[in-house]
Design a protein around this ligand. Structure first.
Ligand SMILES: NC(=O)c1ccc[n+]([C@@H]2O[C@H](COP(=O)([O-])OP(=O)(O)OC[C@H]3O[C@@H](n4cnc5c(N)ncnc54)[C@H](OP(=O)(O)O)[C@@H]3O)[C@@H](O)[C@H]2O)c1
Length: 332
């Protein structure tokens, strides 16, 4: 039996319950993990509210995409993984099928990456998703090069901070956008070349000023909604806007239609484009692991909670006070 988080109805954080459940053995292509730490992700809060990109298909539901732990058992047909290995779990599955908010969890072997010896459980639960997300958009698809500029909003999110580190590693220029001046100084310390406070400054004018009028080569938009039209004014003619989140919760117009149909590259993106493609995932793994090895990448953990504090942890996630990842630890 393992303590497992589930919800029996969708809604605010209080719907989350910690329950004792039978875990069972991993099936073909699966592994069972003793979970040591869980990285929280906005997608989980959205899934809990049934506002995620996929609906909750049945209740009670599990949740959770990111974790670090140790393999306990491997199912039939799994190669290259064995009990006692230290691993991290990356989002490569549907939360309707699997969830890692638990003391023990069964996940697909394809969602497991090795955790380097020098990476503790909290860091191992914190860094994969953000860095793999950014790698896929900016490096694998966007082909980001030295000297490129990248505008990223929700800059204090785990993905925003990973984008700052990734841009700096490649010699590109990260321009961070946050709503609040309170986070400005910290974002500079985290490596942003410039920080725009969207509640106080004109994002388009600032980006144009910072890029000599050309606009940004890449835009990573976690917010979407009506603000996407401003981002379309701030991107260079041959640049790309990656819509990868929907924090605004508002409908997103097609900015090209708003702006008189200029040539405009705007695409939606999820990290599943990487994590469900074994070759891309292996490249992402190498990119992220080598960045950790050299110190170019370091996970930014805002705060940790324990598993029994899962409701408070989700409340804190939705408060938007965090800078970096919120991690839930699972005491043995
Ligand atoms: N497509 C993918 O594959 C993928 C993968 C991972 C994450 N995501 C998405 O990326 C985003 C960040 O995820 P995360 O888990 O790293 O986030 P997080 O830690 O929950 O990020 C929260 C930050 O986003 C900003 N924010 C929140 N609501 C906002 C709003 N209405 N308008 C503008 N900014 C807002 C806040 O920063 P300020 O107050 O400083 O503005 C807040 O601190 C989420 O939308 C998530 O769904 C997508």
């Amino acid at each position: 039996m393992a303590r497992t988080v589930r919800f029996h109805e969708t809604g605010d954080p209080h719907v989350l319950r910690l329950e004792e459940l039978e875990v069972g053995e991993p099936g073909p292509g699966e592994v069972r993990i003793r979970v040591e730490a869980i990285g929280l992700n906005r997608a989980e809060a959205m899934f809990r509210r049934d506002r995620y990109i996929e609906p909750v298909k049945r209740l009670p539901a599990r949740l959770g995409y990111e974790a670090a732990g140790v393999i306990e058992a491997v199912g039939a047909g799994v190669t290259g993984l064995s009990p006692a290995q230290r691993v991290s779990v990356v989002p490569a599955f549907s939360q309707n099928d699997y969830g890692v908010y638990a003391e023990q969890a069964i996940v697909p072997a394809a969602a497991v990456v090795r955790r380097p010896d020098n990476v503790d459980a909290v860091s191992g639960a914190a860094f994969w998703m953000p860095f793999v997300t950014v790698y896929g958009a900016l490096v694998e698809i966007g082909g980001m090069r030295a000297g490129d500029t990248v505008v990223l909003n929700a800059a204090s999110s785990s993905v925003g901070l990973a984008a700052i580190q990734t841009a700096n590693r490649l010699g590109a220029i990260p321009i961070a956008v946050t709503r609040t001046a309170a986070k400005k100084e910290r974002l500079h310390k985290e490596g942003a070349a410039a920080v725009i406070v969207s509640d106080e400054e004109d994002v388009v004018a600032c980006v144009r000023g910072l890029t000599g009028g050309r606009g940004a080569d890449h835009v990573l938009d976690a917010v979407a909604g009506p603000g996407v039209t401003d981002l379309a004014r701030a991107v260079a003619p041959d640049g790309t806007i990656f819509l990868y989140g929907a924090l605004s919760g508002r409908p997103t117009p097609h900015p090209g239609m708003e702006l008189g149909m200029p040539a405009l590259n705007v695409r939606t993106y999820t990290l599943f484009e990487v994590t469900r493609d074994p070759r891309r995932l292996r490249r992402a793994e190498a990119f992220v692991a080598s960045g950790l090895e050299t110190g170019a990448f370091r996970p930014v953990v805002d705060r940790t909670f324990e598993l029994e504090e899962i409701v408070r942890a989700h409340e804190y996630l939705e408060s938007n006070a965090q800078i970096g990842k919120i991690v839930v630890t699972v005491p043995r």
